[in-house]
Ligand binder design. Structure first.
Ligand code: GLP
Length: 275
């Protein structure tokens, strides 16, 4: 139906398919900026966003940085909460998610320091840390939008297979698969990848008014097929998005490549009809 694009509570998972990660990332950055600007136009309340790390959001962050520098969007009234952090890795370690976020986004935009929240993987009491994080999200007003990626096994944040779809922020043990995938950042040695992480839960992500997931490249194709066409299951935690009223997956031709042709055609038809 013309004019419906962008409405929340669309109640049908939106799948935005672009030719490649660059085009998908531009779509995502412009969408996020649009949401921030729309809220700023009607209220002084901050825009609360959940943010992810990984290779996937890099082009989205680069475009958001460009847009901030060009005055097309501002993060002055944005409050962010990152989704996860390794346990026991010093914040200053180049592969900590603290380092990643500052290097790839926060050092280049106008978000006030006090608005930036990242789980402390070195907290003395991780349970207190996780409970305080959940409370801080609520105190900030809850998420307007959560931006996420997906692991090759379909995990969202660090909600590995068998995480409850009702899970909240907590400490988790990483799977051997995840440590092997992430070993590329740790001299190729899975044993150097921390064994545990703090992560928001599946339910924490799904508490957002809107969830936007980025997934590019053929390595993500099986995860997307399971999350989109499979049953809702703790084995592929992204599948929890099926139960969200406003979930969007931004993908490319490679990452959408494992879904049925009929599903693919439907997603394309929906986007064409709504734009
Ligand atoms: C880690 C992160 C996830 C991320 C995933 C995929 O597991 N905890 O949030 O989505 O990696 O990373 P990449 O984008 O590098 O493929």
């Amino acid at each position: 139906m013309p004019g419906m694009t962008g409405h929340l509570n669309h109640s049908t998972m939106k799948i935005i398919i672009r030719n490649n990660s660059k085009e998908g990332s531009l779509w995502a950055a412009h969408y996020i900026a649009k949401r921030i600007n729309e809220k700023a136009a009607v209220t002084d309340k901050p825009f609360v966003i959940g943010l992810c790390t990984g290779s996937t959001p890099l082009e989205t962050y680069a475009e958001l940085i460009r847009m901030v520098k060009a005055g097309e969007v501002s993060f002055k009234n944005v409050i962010s909460f990152n989704m996860d952090e390794y346990v026991g890795l010093p914040e200053s370690h180049p592969e900590s998610y603290h380092s990643f976020m500052h290097h790839n986004l926060f050092d280049h935009i106008d978000e006030p320091k006090e608005n930036i929240h990242i789980l402390n993987g070195n907290a003395k009491d991780v349970e207190v840390e996780c409970a305080a994080y959940e409370k801080a999200i609520v105190d900030a007003g809850g998420f307007d939008l959560f931006l996420g990626g997906v692991g090759e096994d379909g995990h969202i944040a660090f909600n590995e297979p068998f995480s409850s779809l009702q899970s909240r922020t907590r400490v988790v043990t990483l799977t051997q698969d995840t440590r092997e995938v992430n070993a590329r950042f740790f001299d190729g040695d899975p044993s150097k990848v921390p064994a545990q992480a703090l992560t928001v839960g599946v339910a924490t992500v799904l508490s957002a008014k809107e969830v936007v997931i980025l997934a590019f490249g053929s390595k993500k194709a099986r995860a997307l097929q399971a999350a989109i066409e499979g049953p809702m299951s703790h084995y592929c935690t992204l599948s929890g998005l099926q139960n969200h009223p406003a979930g969007t997956i931004v993908c490319d031709e490679n990452s959408i490549g494992e879904v049925k042709v009929s599903s693919y055609r439907y997603f394309k038809a929906v986007e064409a009809a709504e734009s």
